[in-house]
Design a protein around this ligand. Structure first.
Ligand code: UGA
Length: 443
């Protein structure tokens, strides 16, 4: 591949791929996003996204209108056209197991290698078990047209949902696993516009690049479960988990971020990534190395059960027929993603126990309703809390963080609230006569 890259393809137009495609167009490249799902292609071409991500629809529309970005199902077309192909398909948790489902990555890679008729660099962005890039490089060599030069680089993605565009356009580091400096130079030219002088550029081998991604997510998950394990202790012995987190967080070696105790982590990344990592190292005969991640997972899942147990305690062990308003069922704010969502899990458990659960979420109702159609979803906070005997805050959307007792006093039947994200001020609520409960904090 010449170091002058003009045309870029992105294979897979889900969360990661759609963001990456739009951002590559913003960086000045001609971009084609490829997906096997024709409906997705039609809606993306119109700037309609099947998920909520601030700023992304606008960016897609801008570049579709400006002619820098298009979407297609035709892999042959991009195979003859692009200088660089990014693979951004999903690696979900395998059904009925804990490892990563590699079908999409494997299929996308071989189909792509078969379709490419012009020398190119293939760049893997998906989160994969270590060893995948080396395996895919062999697959590519076996599958490609003999006269075409293809090589593979690994370039993990660290974007956060809700900040996907910002994280892609101004990354806090770039990690590139390659087998030669030429490919590294090519990627440097691709990202030149996004890098300022200080952006760390980490050039390494395949294995390290693959592991950096899962190590980062495993660390973040561990940090959250670490503070939640201490919340279990303060719940028993007394003490305040938020003050504890503030105090240890002042040590810059520890840092305050990702030390918010509460109902725990969810989403399409952290839970599946720690499970896939354990599974992968076990395959390598190293199950002991990552065994602590099992504990990280268990601590996290216990927080959901604890929140449900607190609901039972608050309602004198009888939830049947009682109206419980659950505020926030996306796995975090600024997202409509309910995959492995702690809030939705809590809501479903209470619903299954016979409670009259009323969910309100600013963005997530439609996705949650697909999974649990029998639960009640309200379009407004007001409807959800009216007549409630208990309110549970499970995702810290801004509109919930700023709630005051005065907003709810005359709507609920009884003044009881569980703040499972530890974002409300206990004194305000207790002073207004509420039974107020947080995780890991006394009230
Ligand atoms: C995560 C990583 O943060 C990204 O760097 C990574 O690129 C991404 O996974 C991925 O692998 O694609 P994301 O899943 O968007 O990003 O969400 P986070 O912001 O990491 O939050 C994960 C969960 O942890 C949420 O449920 C959140 O509520 C919870 N959390 C976060 C806590 O319970 N406590 C905290 O202190 C912080």
């Amino acid at each position: 591949v010449s170091a002058t890259v003009e045309n870029v393809s992105v294979i897979g137009t889900g969360y990661l791929g759609a963001t990456h495609a739009a951002c590559m167009a913003e960086l000045g490249f001609n971009v084609v996003g490829v997906d096997i799902d024709p409906e997705k292609i039609t809606s993306l071409s119109a700037g309609d996204l099947p998920f909520h991500e601030p700023g992304l629809p606008e960016l897609i529309r801008k570049h579709v209108t400006g002619g820098k970005l298009r979407f297609t199902t035709n892999l042959d077309e991009v195979g003859a056209w692009a200088d660089v192909h990014f693979i951004a398909v999903g690696t979900p948790q395998v059904r009925g197991g804990t490892g990563a489902d590699m079908t999409y990555v494997d299929t996308a890679t071989t189909d792509l290698a078969r379709a490419i008729t012009k020398d190119a660099l293939i760049v893997g962005k998906s989160t994969v078990p270590v060893g995948t890039a080396a395996r895919l490089a062999d697959l590519i060599a076996e599958t490609k047209h003999p006269e075409v030069n293809l090589s593979l680089a690994w370039n993990p993605e660290f974007l956060r949902e809700g900040f996907a565009v910002e994280d892609t356009l101004t990354p806090d580091r770039l990690v590139i696993g390659t087998t030669n400096t030429h490919d590294e130079d090519t990627l440097r030219s691709v990202y030149a516009e996004a890098l300022d002088r200080d952006t760390p550029w980490i050039s390494t081998d395949y294995q390290t690049a693959e592991l950096v991604k899962v190590a980062a997510n495993a660390f973040l998950a561990t940090k959250i479960s670490f503070i939640n394990a201490f919340a279990e202790v303060t719940e028993t012995v007394g003490g305040d988990i938020t003050t504890l987190a503030d105090a240890i967080g002042h040590d810059t070696r520890i840092g305050r971020k990702f030390l918010n105790a509460g109902v725990g982590f969810g989403g399409g990344c952290l839970p599946k990534d720690i499970r896939a990592l354990q599974t992968r190292v076990a395959e390598l005969g190293l199950d002991h190395s990552m065994r602590f991640l099992d504990e990280v997972d268990q601590i996290n899942l216990r927080r959901r059960k604890k929140t449900v147990a607190l609901a039972f305690d608050t309602l004198d062990q009888d939830v049947i027929g009682k109206k419980i308003a659950v505020l926030g069922i996306t796995f975090k704010p600024l997202s409509d993603d309910v995959r492995d969502s702690p809030g939705l899990d809590v809501a479903a458990r209470l619903f299954n126990a016979g409670a009259d659960v009323a969910i309100y979420d600013p963005q997530g109702n439609h996705n949650a309703a697909k999974r649990y159609p029998r639960i009640t979803y309200n379009d407004t906070l007001n409807e959800a809390v009216t007549g409630a005997e208990l309110v549970i805050l499970t995702t810290e959307w801004d509109e919930f963080k700023t709630l005051t007792p005065e907003d709810l006093n005359h709507k609920v039947t009884t003044r009881r609230i569980i703040d499972a994200r530890n974002v409300l001020n206990p004194h305000h609520w207790e002073n207004a006569g509420w039974t107020f409960t947080q995780l890991g904090r006394q009230s």
